[in-house]
Design a protein around this ligand. Structure first.
Ligand code: PCP
Length: 280
């Protein structure tokens, strides 16, 4: 049945929010709501204005016959800051300190609401990049990769720690993870990633950076490209010059950990520095 305008606006909003980074033609909307394209254009202008004012994201209209509208999730940096300041406070709980300067975060990686927020933050940070696929290594990075993928409507590729016969021929590389310098193997099935894919690497924690570097080496073996790197928490133990790469986005940073007193200091990550320059 034909909806009246206010109902149509609600339904269209929900339709768009559920289809991030998806181009929807005006014709498709006009058919769906049995309305004139001019009415649909007016509706989209209203939604666009509210989205941008309320920090729900951006509505890009692409003109022309193959045109339409695409919803890009974006979170206002102030909303992100509120969320991450709360998270940093929680991460500083002494009982989270683990041997080797790691933090227990698995409870957070099990909270769908927080994961959705993290996904929107990474989607904000990488909104302007051309990305084909989200990649992480098992295990703790998996929920973050899916949350980011859902926000960007992209597929996920999971790198394994060992080679599984159930995945066919695979490429494996060795890498060093953690400050205790343990050699590990990373493996990805040949069928899992096309050449020239532009890959966004996501992980939960970056300490010495060996795991991220390992995924970069693996992408090199696939002739794929690193479109970006996003980590939930980085450990500030290595200053940039020691780290194997500089270009990454972090949402939080562990700047000090005292294993004896279990006192830690967690501050906002460089996602927030970056946004000083870009207040959008
Ligand atoms: O920067 P690095 O020094 O390489 O350390 C960061 C690694 C280590 C840890 O993974 P693990 O706890 O080893 O594995 P899992 O994610 O399966 O728990 C974390 O999830 C990152 O992937």
């Amino acid at each position: 049945k034909k909806l009246k305008r206010s109902a149509r606006l609600v339904e269209m909003t929900q339709y768009l929010l559920n289809r991030p980074h998806t181009l929807i033609s005006l014709t498709a909307f006009a058919d769906r709501y049995q309305s004139a394209k001019s009415s649909i254009s007016e509706d989209l202008a209203i939604i666009k204005e509210v989205f941008e004012e309320e920090g729900l994201g951006e509505l890009h209209t692409l003109a022309g016959a193959a045109g339409g509208v695409k919803y890009t999730p974006k979170m206002h940096v102030e909303e992100a800051r509120k969320i991450m300041e709360r998270v940093c406070g929680q991460l500083e709980q002494p009982e989270r300190v683990l041997p080797g300067g790691y933090l227990y975060m698995t409870d957070m990686l099990g909270q769908p609401g927080l994961l959705a927020d993290i996904g929107r933050m990474f989607a904000t940070a990488f909104a302007s990049k051309e990305i084909d696929v989200i990649m992480t290594v098992e295990t703790k990075g998996i929920p973050l990769a899916y949350a980011t993928a859902a926000s960007m409507n992209l597929p996920v590729v999971i790198v394994r720690r060992d080679n599984k016969v159930t995945e066919g021929s695979a490429v494996s590389i060795n890498y060093v993870s953690g400050s205790n310098k343990r050699i590990q193997t990373m493996s990805l099935a040949r069928r899992a990633l096309r050449e020239q894919s532009r890959v966004l690497i996501i992980d939960d924690f970056m300490k010495a950076g060996g795991t991220i570097q390992g995924m970069m080496d693996l992408l090199h073996e696939f002739n794929a490209h690193v479109a970006g790197v996003g980590v939930f928490v980085e450990s500030g133990e290595l200053e940039n010059e020691e780290r194997l790469f500089e270009d990454y986005v972090s949402l939080a940073k562990l700047t000090a950990v005292d294993l004896k007193t279990k006192q830690t200091t967690i501050v906002l990550g460089n996602f927030f520095d970056q946004h000083k320059a870009d207040p959008s």
